[in-house]
Design a protein around this ligand. Structure first.
Ligand code: HAM
Length: 420
């Protein structure tokens, strides 16, 4: 038996347009990646590339040791010198580490960064949830201004809209500052205490460790109990409220509709103030196309200067799957512009040389060395043009070129092939 791929991961392949799992077709990934780069350029973001593994401590301190991601889902291993390392489950902690380690704060400006790459979480596999997934992420570091919160959300909204996605919902909430969260945590615990026995097992475990996460439990019974729960927005201080009001106002100015979702707390522990998620119904249970928010305290938690920051991560598999689900016109896989078909040994050598010349002139050229019958080659090719080169053509220095879509044929000298 050949060795199989591990559970929860997948190959991205040069697939045909009618493939069974078209979201794994590399040309769709390239399309998404170039759209990300275009939008990143429009918003003046600069790329950052961090390693895919880090010291485990970075994530336990950064993301939070009680979060599911750190407590249950990390790929952690000892390296040969017995240091604990983990494959990155997300990008933010690494960006903060890189920022501090490379002293980018000395440049004394607001940094707007983006990344694309694989993240690793040991999760139960289901549609839209993988053990290696890919994120496009943005981090804006060095400003408390609410305008950046709006710009960040606008950026993700714009990317998804430019890709053609429809029927998206922006969920918006504010978690306030540490005091607000602590007070809310206590109020929530007091409210839930009499119902503790009725909560799902998972929420019961979260009650002591991370009670805010109970709010986004998908369990119906939990949701019923939560109906009368306190509202985090009632715990926000004046400044946080003002900041949140400003974010909402700017979103309205930008024409981005939002839904207030006071249950949105997000699964990572570093957030404060604005948090958001953009969802699509197309995806079923794993419906978040991207999410993030402010993390003004993470820099100090990682022993850096107190730098305000905000960001989001967006799942690239889910974006492509939603585009396919919504039947958005997608680019087709690339085709050769000109296929040269040599008939006979001598012509093969000439075709090799002609192909090199064409490629030198930036033409996508391919040679068919299969030796199959011409009819078969013509029936199977996806090239836009086909040139057939046999003994006669070698003597005359010109050949017939078929335009496959128009079903027309022209006689063209070899030196004219680059203009086909
Ligand atoms: P997150 O919500 O854990 O946030 O992940 C961001 C996005 O990655 C999700 O909305 C989803 O689209 C995608 N995603 C997450 N896990 C999986 C998975 N197992 N399979 C497929 N897609 C997945 C973060 O990671 C934060 N670092 C975002 C952030 C950046 N906050 C501030 N800055």
């Amino acid at each position: 038996m050949p060795i199989a791929i591990p559970k929860g991961v997948f190959d991205i392949l040069p697939l045909d347009d009618d493939a069974k799992e078209p979201w794994r077709a590399v040309h769709l990934w390239q399309h998404l990646e170039s759209s990300v780069r275009e939008v990143a350029h429009l918003y003046n973001l600069r790329e950052i590339r961090t390693p895919i593994f880090e010291r485990t401590e970075l994530f336990s301190r950064g993301v939070g040791s009680t979060s599911d991601i750190v407590s249950k889902e990390m790929y952690t291993f000892e390296d040969r010198a017995k240091r604990s390392m983990s494959l990155r489950p997300e990008g933010t902690a690494s960006v903060v580490r890189a920022y501090l380690e490379n002293r980018l704060e000395q440049q004394n400006q607001t940094h707007k960064l983006f990344y694309m790459g694989p993240m690793f979480r040991y999760e139960r596999q289901q549609k839209g949830r993988y053990r290696q997934h890919h994120q496009f992420g943005v981090e804006i570091i060095g400003s408390e201004a609410a305008e950046y919160d709006a710009e960040l959300i606008d950026l993700l909204w714009t990317l998804l809209s430019r890709l053609g996605l429809k029927d998206l919902t922006l969920h918006l909430n504010s978690l306030g500052d540490t005091t607000a969260r602590l007070n809310f945590r206590e109020a929530l615990k007091t409210y839930l205490k009499p119902h503790l026995g009725e909560l799902s097992d998972e929420s019961q475990t979260r009650y002591e460790l991370n009670p805010l996460r109970i709010l986004d439990s998908k369990n119906m019974g939990d949701q019923e109990i939560l109906k009368g729960a306190p509202n985090i927005l009632d715990f926000l201080g004046e400044e946080c409220l003002r900041h949140f009001e400003q974010v909402k106002k700017l979103l309205t100015t930008l024409g981005i509709p939002y839904t207030l979702n006071t249950r949105l707390v997000r699964g990572l522990d570093y957030y404060n103030r604005t948090v958001f998620e953009i969802t699509s119904d197309q995806l079923g249970a794993q419906n978040s196309l991207g999410g993030g928010g402010r993390y003004d305290e993470l820099f100090s938690m990682l022993e850096g200067p107190a730098l305000p920051a905000l960001g989001f991560g967006s799942g690239m598999e889910r974006i492509i799957q939603t585009m396919i689900g919504q039947q958005i016109a997608l680019p087709t896989r690339p085709h050769p512009h000109l296929l040269l078909v040599p008939l006979g040994d001598q012509a093969r050598g000439t075709c090799v040389a002609l192909a090199k010349e064409l490629r030198g002139a930036s033409i996508n050229a391919e040679v068919d060395f299969s030796g199959k019958k011409l009819g078969k080659i013509l029936g199977a090719t996806d090239a836009t043009h086909v040139a057939i080169i046999g003994e006669e053509e070698l003597k005359g220095g010109s050949c017939e070129v078929k335009n496959m879509a128009e079903r027309t044929t022209r006689q063209i000298p070899f030196e004219g092939l680059k203009d086909v």
